[in-house]
Design a protein around this ligand. Structure first.
Ligand SMILES: [Zn+2]
Length: 522
């Protein structure tokens, strides 16, 4: 029907332009050539169309009994594309055709990430927007944007309520999972209110630090599942943790003990390593605190080197869901892939992408263990990075490799392409940062901070750029590579997922969660 109307319109247009109408154009769509119909692209497109057309839409307020919010910290669009290719190539494919877990979700859109006072955003203001429905300044969360950063007095009375707190207030279970410190901006913005993101374990007189706010949270009965890094913010400085690191607190409080005390009659478990997490009986555990590192947890590629043994992001997600789902009133869970961002800041695409692939695994875990009937899953990033895919690499070229182009017939060349300076170059690169380093098998990207900056072009002829320890070239020298200011993606499945289609302010995500989860009073 639509085809006929379009042809009719085209004919009318042709007539209006004075051209003769095509006699055969009135009713029958022309049959497509066999080569076109037989193409796998054609069949794939037809299949996707049928799926999209059959996709149910659920606008009902409160239809999402459960909400899972996944945040890939710094997972901009170019990161998603490159991670998709890496994941596909790790499975023996060309890579470009691969789809990450969340790319199979039926709805997606774009998100404008700027803070009220900053064109290119930071993780504090962005997550605050997602969690409260109100944008604020960079560097702070849970307080309004009219508060000057770091001004304790001005922040009092300007606190905002988060979606997690609303869920707690409704009797839902809640969870926060991150590979970063649990007091770091993204996880902390789910529960804390501070005009300075740096107040992780101490704050000026009259304000409370983030770790203290976590164990003292008064919404509902506090957060039920907390898994991540950042032990040091919970321990006094004269206490040494299981991995030999000293606490950071100067007030003498041991917040791990306070947490255990608070929930001592409620099936509470505190764990510090992967084995202890695996040993938990979720049927008997109603409150779970897992702090697996003094600071951030390790990059996924570096996890095997941990002294005490750390769980992966997907393992933590699975554990959290086991506990949260044992509640008739549903749950709210936030899961952050916190170190995608850190890999990029260190100028090391390998770790950024490998952590993005693990993040997609964690999303898969949630997709497998929940139903689209009653669970809204949202996957997004807080902001992007200055990370690019450059040149004209041939199909299936290793994503971490040097660009190998096509010849004049469109067939792969046998040698890497050379830039105008005569040197080979990588597909992936950064507009700024510390720049080139070839650290071989090193799996901790942060080692780069101890080495001098080396920006601009380097001769990569003899360098294995696919090694875990390779740091891409960067143009503008800076202490660390910076965030990027362009929009990020949002992908969604479940009740209300379609409401995320289109281009929206980041603060809009809260409103979709609140509507679909029935979090707000009318
Ligand atoms: Zn960052």
């Amino acid at each position: 029907m639509r085809t006929r109307n379009n042809i009719g319109m085209a004919a009318a247009l042709l007539m209006a332009c004075g051209a003769a109408p095509a006699a055969a154009a009135e009713s029958q769509a022309a049959p497509l050539p066999k080569a076109q119909r037989d193409s796998s692209w054609f069949a794939d497109g037809q299949q996707q169309l049928a799926q999209a057309a059959a996709q149910p839409i659920n606008n009902a307020p409160g239809a999402a009994k459960n909400i899972i919010l996944f945040v890939g910290d710094g997972m901009g669009i170019s990161t998603v594309t490159a991670a998709r290719i890496l994941a596909g190539q790790q499975q023996g494919m060309d890579g470009e055709e691969y789809r990450l877990s969340f790319e199979k979700m039926p709805f997606s859109g774009l998100v404008k990430t700027y803070n009220t006072n900053q064109q290119t955003a930071d993780s504090a203001g962005t997550m605050s927007a997602i969690m409260t429905g109100v944008k604020t300044r960079a560097g702070m969360f849970g307080v309004t944007g009219d508060v000057p950063r770091g001004d304790c007095a001005a922040s009092r009375g300007r606190e905002l309520v988060t979606a997690l707190e609303l869920a707690e207030g409704l009797g839902k279970r809640t969870g926060v999972v991150s590979t970063a410190r649990i007091t770091h901006a993204t996880p902390a913005a789910t529960f804390a209110k501070v005009p300075e993101r740096g107040w992780e374990y101490s704050a000026p007189e009259g304000c409370r630090d983030i770790a203290a706010q976590l164990v003292e949270l008064t919404a509902g009965d506090g957060i039920d599942v907390i898994l991540g890094g950042g032990r040091r913010a919970f321990l006094p400085k004269d206490v040494t943790d299981v991995e030999g690191a000293a606490g950071r607190r100067e007030d003498g409080r041991n917040l791990v003990r306070e947490w255990q005390q608070r929930y001592r009659d409620q099936g509470a478990a505190y764990v510090e390593d992967r084995n202890a997490l695996v040993d938990i009986d979720p049927a008997k555990t109603d409150k779970l605190l897992g702090l697996f590192e003094p600071s951030h947890m390790r990059y996924e590629a570096d996890r095997k080197n941990d002294q005490a043994g750390e769980p992966s992001l997907s393992e933590m997600t699975a554990s959290a869901l086991e506990i949260l789902k044992r509640n008739d009133d549903g749950y709210f869970l936030m899961v952050e892939g916190g170190r995608i961002d850190h890999g990029h800041h260190a100028g090391n695409a390998y770790n950024a992408l490998n952590d993005a692939v693990e993040f997609a695994e964690a999303v898969q875990v949630a997709m497998d263990r929940t139903s689209a009937e009653d669970t809204l899953i949202i996957v997004t990033a807080d902001h992007s990075h200055v990370f690019t895919m450059a040149g004209y690499p041939t199909r299936g070229n290793p994503i971490l490799g040097k660009v190998v182009g096509n010849d004049s017939r469109g067939e792969p060349e046998s040698e890497p392409a050379r830039a105008a300076d005569g040197l080979p170059y990588t597909t992936l690169g950064y507009a700024n940062g510390r720049g080139f380093a070839a650290l071989g098998k090193e799996t901790d990207a942060d080692v780069r901070y101890g080495l001098p900056q080396k920006t601009g072009r380097k001769d990569l002829t003899e360098v294995d750029t696919t090694a875990t320890g390779f740091h891409q070239e960067a143009l503008v020298p800076s202490d660390a590579e910076t965030h990027g200011g362009e929009d990020v993606g949002v992908w969604a499945r479940g009740p209300g997922a379609h409401l995320l289609s289109g281009t929206h302010e980041q603060s809009y995500l809260f409103h979709v969660m609140a509507h679909s989860g029935g979090l707000l009073a009318d």
